[in-house]
Design a binder for this molecule. Structure first.
Ligand SMILES: [Fe+2]
Ligand SMILES: [Fe+2]
Length: 387
């Protein structure tokens, strides 16, 4: 018993009257909002069920574990991972832990994470890449940088559209991670000291289309399509000197591409949402500008020794597999879509490349790095090239 707590005497009758007033007011406001809600005239705005102490949709603990808990477990700090950038986001304990971890790293890893200053990092980039190569890296990554801005906008929007406590917890972490991706990538690209290009018309069409897509269709546009593109770019470039921090972006994006499958397993799309022709066409309408990006980036990618069509085949295969798995039907099934697009890629290459031999671009895998490939195997078990 706690003797420090001394109960005060109050008017018991007043307590009862107040309880009765609150009880009646509660009945009234909730009835009013139920009626307004039924008439589509407003009603309760929050999709929150205070009686169950859950958001509408329930707890969804497995979503919370797979996305919120895992995100926090894998949360990384720019100050440790890219110490040459101007971030102070690590606590003293995290900084000390990181210093200890540095000692057990391989020479390569240690070199990449040494506490370089920003001028030293810029000098390192100048020694490692020609000006033309720096421009190419920035042009390619800027496409993703603008995509990160939209990922931040769209995930914040989706946060208020998903059901359940676990669903909201998952999206909350995505908002945080997209914010981090945007600001960290922006600083990284600025360190290259070359002009950062605007969005191309194709990125503009793609990302505006995703932002404007209705409801859970945003999960297709963002988490399936744009995230697969981002994942593939990070998988392609995160082994390049100076870009090692992109491995962590890659890891985050892998989790984001897994979200539609996990979320829709608990809150499935209706048959109509999956299959109606307008939705399937709208999805294709988002994929088209992504396809136009492939030849648009061909020149920049070639500067770095990367075949844009190999990359495109690798990305679109991943998009197709994820779309099919989460139930977002396209106008054509993958076994028809991939060969049709492959014929289109080959026709373009035949016209533009000397001595081009027809090949299967959809069998290519452009992600490099053991860890990156292992991360993708987990997401795209059926998508990774068999060879
Ligand atoms: Fe991102
Ligand atoms: Fe993402």
């Amino acid at each position: 018993m706690n003797d420090a707590i001394v109960k005060l005497e109050i008017d018991q009758r007043a307590v009862e009257v107040n309880q009765w007033i609150e009880y009646s007011a509660n009945k009234l406001v909730r009835l009013r909002d139920r009626v307004l809600g039924a008439l589509h005239l407003g009603g309760r705005k929050a999709a929150y069920d205070d009686e169950a102490y859950e958001f509408v949709g329930g707890a969804s603990d497995s979503l919370r574990r797979k996305h919120y808990d895992k995100s926090l477990r894998l949360l990384w700090k720019a100050e440790n991972e890219a110490p040459f950038l101007p971030f102070h986001d690590a606590s003293p304990v995290e900084r000390n832990m990181f210093e200890l971890a540095l000692r057990s790293m391989t020479d390569d890893e240690r070199q990449a994470r040494e506490r370089l200053s920003l001028p030293a990092f810029r000098a390192f980039l100048d020694q490692t890449y020609t000006l033309r190569q720096k421009r190419a890296i920035v042009a390619i990554l800027a496409a993703i940088g603008h995509g990160e801005a939209y990922a931040w906008l769209v995930s914040a929007d989706l946060l208020n559209q998903v059901k359940s406590t676990g669903g909201r917890a998952a999206l909350t972490m995505q908002v945080l991670e997209e914010a981090k991706h945007f600001v960290v990538l922006r600083e990284l690209l600025q360190a290259f000291q070359v002009p950062i290009p605007r969005q191309s018309a194709w990125e503009y069409l793609l990302l505006e289309g995703v932002y404007k897509a209705p409801g859970t269709e945003k999960l297709f546009g963002m988490n399936v399509l744009v995230e697969s593109i981002a994942l593939s770019f990070f998988g392609l470039m995160s082994e390049m000197p100076g870009l090692e921090v992109l491995r962590l972006f890659h890891l985050d994006e892998a989790r984001h591409t897994g979200l539609p499958g996990n979320y829709l397993a608990e809150f499935p799309l209706t048959r109509f949402q999956r299959w109606n022709p307008a939705a399937r066409l709208r999805r294709l309408g988002l994929i088209l500008p992504a396809l136009a990006l492939i030849p648009a980036l061909e020149g920049e990618m070639a500067e770095l020794g990367i075949d844009a069509f190999e990359f495109g085949g690798s990305v679109i295969r991943k998009v197709g597999v994820l779309a099919e798995r989460s139930g977002f039907a396209l106008p054509m099934a993958n076994d028809k879509l991939f060969p049709a697009l492959n014929r289109l890629f080959n026709a373009y290459c035949k016209r533009t490349r000397k001595g081009h031999q027809a090949r299967d671009f959809f069998a290519s895998e452009t992600t490099v790095g053991e860890r990156q490939l292992a991360v993708e195997r987990e997401v795209f078990a059926r998508a990774v090239s068999p060879s």
